[in-house]
Write a protein that binds this ligand. Structure first.
Ligand code: DON
Length: 338
């Protein structure tokens, strides 16, 4: 090779290194934006489902609210629609309280205290408690979730609550607050959850005051979040517990696999199997209309849209997340042969 050719070859090599990642990143950006926009346009007009109304404040939320956000593990944020209006986090909170308990008391504490299995029953089933004596269920249905809240360490109500809110805020990358009207509305109508907590105490699963645990749980469900917050929370799970936007480690990396496993098993309640079959993604829904889903090592995605199907999962959110994930290769089980 002549000296001239060597210079050209070196320059070409340098260009490949310098330019190719930028082109790849551009391509990714365009693909992600296109996938989000396509899902937003396709499902914006979908009118199926209805807001939850067993918590009166939820019935008043605008059913047309629709926002999609995706955060990659390298901290890039993409969105379509309304990603700033807040809804209550509801059951999505259960994931992050469960993660706190794993971090504080060890991953075994969750399996031992309330189990890691699907119940095959609705999320607030009393039959399921009776059937399994408060065990062999999971931290994402109400009995297990209220029990997980009762296990969060702290010196009293305020200390426990502040620690929960701080953890959620670290996942979301901003200081979250409670939607007081939702908290009040649910606290006035949560007789069933109080009964569930009392029964879990009767079976020795809750060992602190069950009514205090129910109240803190009700407060955690009333935390306000938008689609962007939720996507960042999901992306933190996708990124081994480290918030990819702020760089803050919000939970121990070693407990992320078990957290995702429980989400895969029970994140969409009775429809968890169907969801996993179609998407392969660990996910969690809330009756406020949010769903988060995690493509491990790739991205977190969230959609907010209040109308729910019969299983209690947002209709538009399920469709939008499934389409976007399929377009972006999010399914962790879909691998190519070597
Ligand atoms: O305890 C409840 O009923 C609500 N705070 C949360 C339920 C929920 O989000 C179930 N989601 N699909």
């Amino acid at each position: 090779m002549t000296a001239f050719r060597r210079v050209i070859a070196a320059a070409a090599g340098w260009l490949a290194v310098a330019i190719m990642p930028a082109l790849a990143a551009d391509l990714d950006k365009a693909t992600i934006e296109k996938a989000l926009q396509a899902a937003y346009t396709q499902y914006k007009g979908l009118q199926d489902g209805a807001n939850a109304d067993y918590i009166p404040a939820l019935a008043k939320v605008d059913p047309n609210l629709f926002g999609i956000a995706l955060v990659t593990v390298d901290g890039k944020v993409y969105s379509a629609g309304d990603v700033t209006t807040q809804v209550s986090i509801q059951s999505i909170s259960k994931v992050f309280t469960m993660a706190m308990v794993m971090d504080e008391s060890g991953v075994a504490s969750i399996e031992k205290t309330m189990g890691v299995d699907a119940t095959g029953q609705v999320f607030n089933s009393i039959v399921a408690i009776e059937q399994y004596k408060g065990g062999e269920m999971n931290a994402l249905v109400n009995p297990g979730a209220i029990t997980a809240t009762s296990m969060v360490k702290g010196s009293g109500y305020d200390d426990i609550w502040n620690r929960i809110l701080t953890t959620y805020s670290e996942f979301a990358g901003r200081k979250l607050t409670v939607l007081e009207d939702v908290y009040k509305s649910e606290a006035e109508t949560n007789q069933r959850n109080r009964a569930i907590a009392s029964l879990m105490a009767a079976y020795g699963r809750i060992t602190t005051d069950p009514l205090r645990a129910t109240d803190i749980y009700t407060r955690q469900c009333s935390v306000g979040v938008n689609a962007k917050d939720l996507a960042q929370m999901a992306a933190t799970l996708a990124n081994a517990g480290k918030n990819p936007v702020t760089g803050k480690q919000a939970m121990k990396a070693e407990n992320v696999p078990e957290t995702l496993a429980v989400m895969a098993t029970a994140g969409l309640y009775d429809d968890s199997g169907k969801w996993l079959y179609h998407t392969g993604l660990p996910a969690k829904s809330g009756v406020g209309g949010g769903i988060i889903a995690v493509a491990p090592g790739k991205f977190g995605i969230a959609v907010v849209s209040p109308p729910l199907d019969a299983a209690g999962n947002s209709v538009r959110a399920q469709k939008a997340i499934a389409d976007i994930s399929n377009a972006l290769g999010g399914n962790p089980y879909a691998v190519s042969a070597q």
